[in-house]
Design a protein around this ligand. Structure first.
Ligand SMILES: Nc1ncnc2c1ncn2[C@@H]1O[C@H](COP(=O)(O)OP(=O)(O)O)[C@@H](O)[C@H]1O
Ligand SMILES: [Mg+2]
Length: 421
């Protein structure tokens, strides 16, 4: 089969890497891809939201199956459009993707289907939100309703921070239309875990758990980022808890969406806050997460394309999914100095050729090729993933690789994995 992967970040590199090992896959295209993806796939210079041109490319080149990485094209209806043109595609429709693309939709949905989540109120007028804040105690969490590239949530400890978050979203429109409406929700203490699952709209098969390091600095300090590293599986989350998350969160979500007439097919991601024996949903994503995917997919024994085909044909219940047993992975993000604020791009990356370890993969996130050189092209540049018999060994392996790679003003956290070993 000829496959097109839509996207060009670290998780798309991991998807391309795993798909290119499939016995069903002969050729992979990736739009727009990056310098690392180019070693496994043919990059195609079409933006991930240019849905019409992606469809035309698929028709012209006889692509059999398209896999969508990012949330933007999904929320803009790439799956509906491809379905109309009778093109095979993996991912949820625009309506099913609302579970990620509108936090108000997701919260109302969870309320209706009794899925545990933080209590919340939604607002479409800044004055009302500010009035609410003035009459409730903090901390509270303020979130833009729409897609904000992971920047739309603020945990406010003071009234000033809380009001600022409301103004930024609703008045300054820092995230455009995404901030036209907001939610204010209860602050949940606890430990975060992500649980991704494959689903064909009926059957739900969970992946291994993972936990992301969100803040920019060691020890969990500094502003939130798109993710500075991940571990998988999370050794503190036992099987019983995973089973409960499947039964109490993922299955009711998939059932509820089907019941509402918009069945969800693809990868459903639940961000969960666990506290003692209880847990609540922080949010859903309608796709693979980043950088969870870079740590999770190397642990998948089964053929990813085969799973996707089972989903495509509504036969996931027949699929058997195997994970590497007693193997853990650690993913360390190497970023541009200054990220998540201002940073410079275009620095040559050195040392990539020094990595030859069959339990380490260097996934590229923000890279591009300039002549013979591979240069930095984004905030998060590389995702170095290693796996081994325990988290400590995986962590040591990943950092050994990190030490061999360098560029001007490179930055990474030094504590990925710590806290779990
Ligand atoms: N109710 C909450 N209580 C505590 N922390 C939260 C809460 N909601 C979100 N967070 C924190 O903020 C992060 C981002 O929020 P999330 O809902 O995942 O939005 P997004 O990923 O779209 O920015 C979460 O990963 C979590 O660390
Ligand atoms: Mg999130």
């Amino acid at each position: 089969m000829k496959i097109l992967v839509v996207g060009g970040g670290g998780k798309e590199h991991a998807i391309v890497w795993k798909l290119s090992q499939s016995r069903f896959v002969e050729k992979v295209y990736c739009a727009p891809g990056n310098a690392g993806i180019a070693r496994l796939a043919e990059n195609v210079n079409i933006a991930d939201t240019d849905i019409r041109n992606l469809a035309s490319f698929v028709e012209k080149n006889g692509v059999d199956f398209t896999v969508v990485g990012p949330e933007a094209p999904l929320s803009e209806g790439i799956v509906d459009y491809f379905n109309d043109r009778k093109l095979n595609i993996f991912g949820p429709t625009r309506k099913a993707a609302l579970i990620e693309s509108s936090k108000i939709f997701a919260k109302d949905f969870m309320k209706e289907f009794r899925i545990p989540t933080a209590s919340f109120v939604s607002f479409d007028r800044a004055e009302d939100a500010i009035h609410f804040l003035e009459h409730h105690s903090l901390p509270l969490v303020i979130k833009a309703d729409g897609l904000a590239s992971g920047k739309g949530a603020t945990i406010a400890d003071t009234l000033e921070e809380a009001k600022d978050a409301v103004r930024r979203a609703m008045i300054e429109r820092a995230w455009g239309e995404a901030g036209r409406r907001i939610i204010i929700e209860e602050f949940l203490p606890g430990h975060e875990v992500s649980l991704l699952a494959f689903t064909d709209g009926k059957t739900v098969l969970p992946m291994v758990t993972s936990t992301e390091y969100k803040r920019v600095s060691d020890g969990g300090h500094g502003p939130n980022t798109g993710g500075m590293g991940t571990i998988a599986p999370n050794p503190n989350v036992d099987k019983k808890t995973v089973d409960r998350i499947v039964e109490e969160v993922l299955k009711p979500t998939v059932d509820g969406l089907r019941y509402r007439g918009s069945p969800f097919k693809g990868v459903l991601y639940a961000g969960i806050m666990i506290r003692e024996n209880d847990f609540k949903v922080l949010e859903f994503n309608c796709r693979f997460g980043d950088p969870e995917t870079q740590a999770v997919l190397p642990l998948l024994e089964s053929d990813l394309m085969e799973i996707m085909l089972h989903i495509h044909h509504d036969r996931l219940e027949e699929a058997e999914i195997k994970w590497k047993e007693n193997i853990f992975s650690v993913c360390v993000i190497m970023a541009s100095g200054g990220y998540p604020k201002r940073y410079k791009k275009g620095f040559q990356i050195k040392g990539l050729d020094k990595i030859n370890d069959n339990q380490t993969v260097v996934f590229h996130a923000g890279t591009t090729r300039v002549g013979e050189k591979i240069v930095t092209d984004g905030g998060r540049v590389l995702a170095i993933t290693s796996w081994d018999k325990n988290l400590k060994a995986a962590r040591d392996r990943a950092y050994r690789a990190v030490e061999k790679i360098s560029w001007e003003k490179e930055y990474h956290r030094k504590d990925i994995g710590i806290g779990f070993i």
